[in-house]
Ligand binder design. Structure first.
Ligand code: ZN
Length: 658
């Protein structure tokens, strides 16, 4: 554990809050200190209010902010005198506490202060830092955790037995702090939860945190519990697991009552962990720090018995709910972490970001468990303590607030021809509706067209079956399954009359525009059949199907064939709850095929201006890639829930079609 404090960088900040932001970001940069919203920091600043009266304000991390990326607006300013009065109360429910915090801020637009705000207020130091450092929770999650902590720190730190975060913890800390504090006190260890440091300057508080955590790491090292070697067998070569993963995802979605994503990571570290003889013993203890339970649930699912896990979760709920602080409603009983001897670590979430967060948390949890096992043995908090955090009032309140869920939440779409034009626009339209999207293209630009955890761009030649299978394997490993398929990749060769049409051209057009779609539909069918909300396919047809043009025989025939394929698929797959529809776009000029020069020469050959040529439809309107993409996305949504085998024009109205 090394200090990242840089005098030169820090020298740029003179303001107390800027320094608070700076050292908080330093903490946030180290994932072994804080992970995804974990930890919090504060600074106490005396300032004049609008009446000119001096007031001391606690600037404490607001909820929804990460230390790694926090900025000044991430700190909620709360009046210190009120916080100190609250700390004197005998009782305060969490909902009352949040109300008091929010109504005693000096900035109405500030985020809700951390639930640990009162705790920060009662610690009599200008700067206070709090993390859930891996090394500290490793040491405290052992049967003799208290002895180890005393061994490491002597009386440098105040030690607080485990208590649920919130008002009670703030009160307990105030009491224990008053009793145990002395001139040499540098920090405070919260058993099974984390660690606090404090100081008169941002640097002092930050460097104490680093030093204290480093002492725990050194202690683990001294006891041969720090260095972890991951040995064991590599995964067997090229075995494809996407079909089995999609089955698992369907079962987990059923248990969750909604579609979810599964992210699979078969790194050796996870395979090794799962294959340990004592896995059931060490992995089913509970989380490393209680607030992980919100993300990971108390324990992972070992293997693939979803029904067994659900039954176990219901037993856990029924056992602890009667002792809950208030009446509680059961959360969905689906697992969030799955450990499987073949898949490795599988994370379950409604968004791709969730699955990454869960994977990160569990990755650290594995290290914590293994180190605790080497030091002594891993022992998490009793079930009731974990249950109380999982079901605490504030989380239950969030649950009751019915936020609007994006249309394709937890669902996966695959788009071909995704590097440009209509395909790229389709990716954007599906992402905007909450889907995770696999974008395929023969152009390698597809790998970087979108920067989002919900996007996976893969290079793929759709005319090669092995490429398609490989893309499905990679896509399903990342997101868990496939719900929607948009087959858009196609080619439009230069116009040539039938008498001059080369078989080579004909075959190439058929291969890309028609054969590749058949291959894709055939290979994707087993996945679409498992889609929790039913599978959906959108094929990109063309105005040329109902109204062909001279010189476009190959193209028009390929799209007509595709349309017929769509109709047969709709017949065959209806009983599997898979809808298949197609769009017939026309004159979409913002795609790669249409350069300004080509448009100009076409317009001239019609004797029209470029503007008139682009809008030579009944509505005299431009048709854009975005227009087509939006309709493709909506065809997969509830608006078209009862529609299959439809052919929908997106052409501004064409008298030949009508
Ligand atoms: Zn905490």
């Amino acid at each position: 554990m090394k200090s990242l404090w840089d005098e030169k960088e820090a020298g740029r900040f003179t303001d107390d809050l800027d320094l608070r932001v700076y050292s908080s970001q330093l903490l946030g940069r180290d994932t072994s200190l804080v992970l995804h919203g974990g930890g919090n920091t504060s600074v106490k600043i005396t300032e004049n209010n609008i009446l000119g009266e001096a007031e001391t304000i606690l600037y404490v991390k607001g909820s929804g902010w990460d230390l790694e990326t926090i900025e000044r607006p991430g700190y909620a300013p709360v009046r210190m005198d009120h916080l100190l009065k609250l700390a004197e109360l005998e009782q305060l429910s969490d909902l009352q506490m949040v109300n008091e915090l929010r109504t005693h801020m000096t900035l109405a637009s500030a985020p809700t202060p951390s639930v640990e705000a009162i705790l920060h207020a009662v610690l009599p130091y200008k700067y206070v830092d709090h993390t859930h450092a891996d090394a500290v929770v490793t040491v405290t999650n052992t049967p003799n955790g208290l002895l180890h902590i005393k061994d490491i720190y002597g009386d440098r730190v105040v030690i607080i037995p485990y208590c649920m975060p919130g008002f009670d913890l703030a009160r307990l800390c105030a009491k224990e702090f008053a009793a145990q504090r002395h001139a040499g006190t540098e920090g405070m260890v919260l058993m099974n939860h984390g660690i606090f440091s404090f100081g008169e300057t941002a640097k002092e508080s930050y460097e104490r945190m680093i030093k204290l955590v480093d002492m725990a790491e050194q202690y683990l090292d001294k006891n041969k519990a720090w260095t972890l070697l991951h040995s064991g067998s590599e995964l067997e070569g090229e075995k494809k697991i996407y079909k089995e993963l999609a089955v698992l995802r369907a079962e987990v979605s059923t248990a969750a009552g909604k579609a979810v994503l599964l992210k699979t990571n078969s790194a050796l570290k996870y395979i090794d962990f799962v294959q340990r003889d004592d896995i059931a013993d060490i992995a089913l203890q509970g989380p490393a720090t209680p607030d992980h339970v919100i993300r990971t649930k108390r324990i992972p699912m070992l293997g693939r018995d979803v029904d067994g896990f659900v039954a176990g979760y219901k037993r856990y709920f029924n056992k602890y709910a009667p002792n809950a602080r208030q009446e509680v409603t059961m959360l969905d009983p689906a697992p969030r972490v799955i450990l499987d001897h073949e898949f490795g670590l599988v994370s379950v979430g409604v968004t791709a970001k969730d699955t990454r967060v869960i994977e990160d948390i569990y990755d650290h949890t594995i290290d914590i468990i293994l180190r605790a096992a080497r030091l002594e043995s891993y022992r998490a908090l009793p079930g009731q303590d974990i249950f109380d955090v999982e079901y605490w009032e504030l989380e239950q309140a969030k649950l009751r607030k019915s936020g609007s869920v994006p249309m394709f939440s937890g669902e996966v779409a695959l788009v071909t021809g995704a590097a440009s034009g209509i395909g790229k626009a389709c990716v954007a339209s599906f992402l905007a509706r909450g889907a995770a999207v696999i974008g395929l293209d023969i152009d390698s630009a597809v790998t970087s067209t979108f920067q989002s955890p919900a996007y996976l761009g893969l290079v793929c030649d759709v005319s090669i079956t092995q490429h398609i299978i490989q893309a499905l394997e990679q896509g399903v490993r990342r997101f868990g399954g496939l719900d929607m398929l948009v087959l858009n990749a196609g080619i439009f060769p230069a116009g040539v009359p039938i008498r001059e049409l080369k078989m080579e051209t004909w075959r190439e057009v058929m291969q890309i525009n028609l054969d590749a779609c058949l291959l894709f539909m055939r290979e994707a069918y087993p996945l679409l059949k498992l889609a929790p909300n039913g599978g959906r396919v959108v094929l990109m047809g063309s105005k040329n199907v109902p109204a062909p043009g001279p010189g476009a025989a190959a193209y028009s025939v390929s799209k007509a064939g595709l349309t017929q394929l769509m109709r047969v698929a709709a017949l065959e797959w209806g009983p599997d709850n898979i809808r298949v529809n197609c769009l017939h776009p026309d004159a979409v000029f913002d795609t790669g095929i249409w350069t300004d020069d080509i448009i100009k020469s076409r317009a001239e050959s019609y004797g029209m201006s470029v503007e008139d040529y682009k809008r030579k439809n009944l509505l005299k309107t431009d048709i854009t890639s975005h227009d087509v993409a939006e309709l493709a996305a909506e065809m997969c949504g509830p608006l078209f829930a009862k529609t299959t085998a439809a052919q929908l024009p997106v052409d501004g109205g064409n008298d030949r079609v009508i």
